[in-house]
Design a protein around this ligand. Structure first.
Ligand code: PRX
Length: 648
């Protein structure tokens, strides 16, 4: 059954904010019958949506469903870069800003659709000149600079599969992802700016490349004037390549089912998995939801604060908004640099109208206080969105009142790396919002809350599943069909997608996401597998055994608590706790650094050797313990509690 909610999502079922009349009348989607129509014939609905894209060969088939393998628009051909760039680089749209970029130090660049078209064509040609062909994998490890979007679109143009790795990941994590994908080329930068510091990306990339042998070439973007080692023959400056690149590069006609990209995410076991997304279906999902949920209009300035290294950035900075011809703000750095008003200053500066961020960020802003947003003119805002983790009603209300000044609908959007695009979210002109609920499945999406036998729950808690295929669904896990079937299509059979989330359905049919029910921790909206952190910990010479759990964190939703057994003779002290925290950060990346390290002589296990995580959670959060009768050694708990009190 569903785990306990991580935060107080259950408070205010009945409070509902209906769309205001002016918003409703002008909304892109305002006919409530859309839900019924899409439910009656979802294939017709998706086909209608797909026809809004530009196809070099129109599709005649909509869905081939051979559970759990779906093919959407399979006999059609299209190119994602044509859909995101070329079709807006002509006519009245060509001079419209596609990307308004702001660097952390305050430098700025605006690329119109025509500028973007030129850059994408040139870089696509440069990649081809380096021998990159259709189906090859290209790893991208860049800060939030326009070249990141350009690189993705250039890969898409020539049919190469991109694999973006978040620039906060360590050399080892980057190497693992490059090796798993078998990437032939890596695109990185000399460095990136973050909270006044410079992240030495090239140095990390060099370290990663020492560990893999598939990468033949490295393309290096010059972000600053940062020191680096340049390896002649292997390394190529981006700006030099661009000087000799063609102005036009023929887009590869891709089959709808050809892979557009892979993106790694954490699961409950083993190493991160490369989630595979298609070209046609993915683009249909991203475009449809961007247009409908953000209610995008011609004069909008839209800003999603996610990093492109995560799925949110893929779908809602790059592919969705650009496929709508939108104007997007992209920001390189931290929200508190040079001060805590930076986001609000950016909104004022560019007149941002639609703003999409994460609950962790909202809770942080709330803690910093109203005085920062109050210093800026936020009157341009028309809609606010959240994603990545459950939002507690208090934060939702603060977001609506202080940032949205009570005028803006707040859309809480539930989805996953695997779903490719939003699944449960209000359409802001049609659905009233309840603070803390992602509301209802979008048209064409059949989400349901079921009990452990897979039976629909009419009202109350259960597990969240998707009962019918949808265009932007994952097509697999890169190189691991077995894990794909096992993770998503076994629990409730091959035709029901299991999300891994617990959820509750209320009496009005609203869905409340309760959080993960597997061994995945959601820290500040980022998925981290306990198994990954545990394996990083035990790789340290002083650690004999480790178990990690998610504990409630007022700002980040969840934080990582690590229970560690040291080898004989090692002393548990604060210095070692700090060393281990740093060790995990160096192995995986700073996002995986445990908040708390608790030393214990033994871990509580069942007689069959399974670590009792629920007990660890109770201990870490100071709750009275539940049933401990299955423990192999009941004394462990007493010892462990003692250690906890000593080291907390
Ligand atoms: O637990 C859910 C949570 O984030 C998980 C997906 O993480 P990831 O693949 O990294 O994608 C995050 C961005 C789409 C989900 O299984 N989650 C995502 N959105 C919400 C959410 N939990 C509650 N409310 C949301 N709006």
């Amino acid at each position: 059954m569903a785990e306990k909610p991580a935060i107080d999502v259950l408070q205010s079922d009945s409070q509902i904010f209906e769309p205001d009349a002016t918003f409703r009348e002008a909304a892109n989607v305002r006919d409530p019958k859309i839900y019924e129509r899409a439910a009656k014939d979802s294939e017709a609905y998706w086909a209608e949506r797909a026809k809004l894209l530009t196809w070099s060969k129109p599709f005649s088939r909509v869905l081939d469903w051979n559970p759990p393998h779906a093919k959407w628009f399979a006999d059609g051909q299209l190119n994602a870069s044509v859909n995101c760039v070329d079709r807006f680089a002509v006519g009245p749209h060509r001079n419209r800003a596609a990307i308004i970029w702001e660097g952390e130090p305050g430098d700025a660049r605006t690329l119109t659709y025509f500028d973007l078209y030129r850059e994408v064509n040139a870089f696509a040609g440069a990649l081809r000149n380096l021998g990159i062909k259709r189906g090859d994998r290209v790893a991208i490890y860049l800060p939030m600079i326009p070249e990141l979007a350009i690189s993705m679109l250039a890969c898409a143009r020539i049919g190469a599969i991109h694999s973006v790795v978040f620039a906060g990941f360590s050399a080892e994590s980057l190497a693992d992802r490059i090796a798993d994908a078998g990437a032939k080329l890596l695109i990185t930068a000399d460095g990136g700016h973050r909270r006044g510091q410079i992240i030495p990306l090239k140095r990390i990339a060099d370290e990663a490349l020492d560990r893999v042998d598939c990468v033949e070439n490295l393309v290096l973007v010059k972000r600053g004037d940062f020191p680096l080692d340049f390896k002649e023959g292997r390394d190529h400056w981006y700006h030099r390549l661009m000087q000799h690149a063609p102005r036009w590069t023929e887009p590869e006609p891709m089959n709808a089912e050809d892979i557009l990209f892979t993106l790694y995410t954490s699961g409950s076991t083993g190493s991160p998995k490369g989630i595979v997304h298609s070209t046609g279906g993915y683009l249909v999902g991203a475009q449809t939801t961007t247009e409908g949920v953000f209610d995008l209009k011609a004069d909008d300035v839209y800003w999603c604060t996610a990093d492109i290294g995560w799925i949110t950035g893929h779908s809602y900075i790059v592919y969705g908004p650009l496929a709508c011809g939108a104007t997007c703000v992209m920001y390189e750095g931290a929200p508190d640099w040079p001060d805590r008003g930076r986001f609000w200053q950016i909104i004022e500066k560019y007149g941002v109208t639609k703003f999409y961020t994460a609950p962790t960020a909202i809770r942080t802003f709330m803690r910093w206080g109203d005085r920062y947003p109050k210093q800026y003119d936020l009157s341009s805002l028309r809609l606010l969105g959240t994603v990545g983790e459950p939002i507690n009603p208090a934060a939702w209300i603060w977001y609506r009142d202080v940032i949205g000044q009570g005028r803006c609908p707040v859309v809480d959007t539930w989805w996953q790396t695997e779903t490719g695009s939003m699944m449960i979210s209000p359409l802001p002109g049609l659905i009233g919002c309840k603070p803390g609920s992602a509301t209802k499945p979008l048209p064409g999406i059949t989400a349901a809350v079921v009990d452990t036998d897979g039976k629909d729950v009419k009202s109350g808690g259960g597990l969240l599943v998707i009962k019918k295929p949808w265009p932007s669904m994952l097509r697999g896990i890169w190189g691991n069909e077995e894990r794909f079937i096992e993770t998503y299509w076994t629990r409730f059979g091959k035709d029901t997608y299991f999300t891994g989330d617990g959820a509750r359905l209320d009496d009005d049919g609203y869905i409340w996401i309760l959080g993960r029910v597997d061994d995945v921790i959601n820290v500040a909206g980022h998925r981290i597998g306990t198994a990954e952190v545990e394996s990083a910990l035990v790789s340290h010479e002083l650690v004999a055994e480790a178990a990690c759990i998610g504990i409630v964190d007022q700002v980040k939703g969840q934080a990582i608590a690590a229970f560690v057994t040291l080898i004989e003779g090692a002393n548990a002290d604060p210095d070692i706790a700090e060393t281990l925290r740093e060790h995990v950060a160096a192995k995986i990346g700073a996002i995986a650094r445990p908040k708390t390290v608790l030393f214990t002589a033994q871990l509580p296990k069942t007689r069959s050797g399974k670590i009792m995580r629920r007990l660890l959670r109770d201990i870490a959060e100071g709750r009275t313990l539940g049933d401990t009768t299955t423990l192999a050694d009941p004394d462990v708990i007493e010892k462990l509690k003692t250690r906890y009190e000593e080291t907390d």
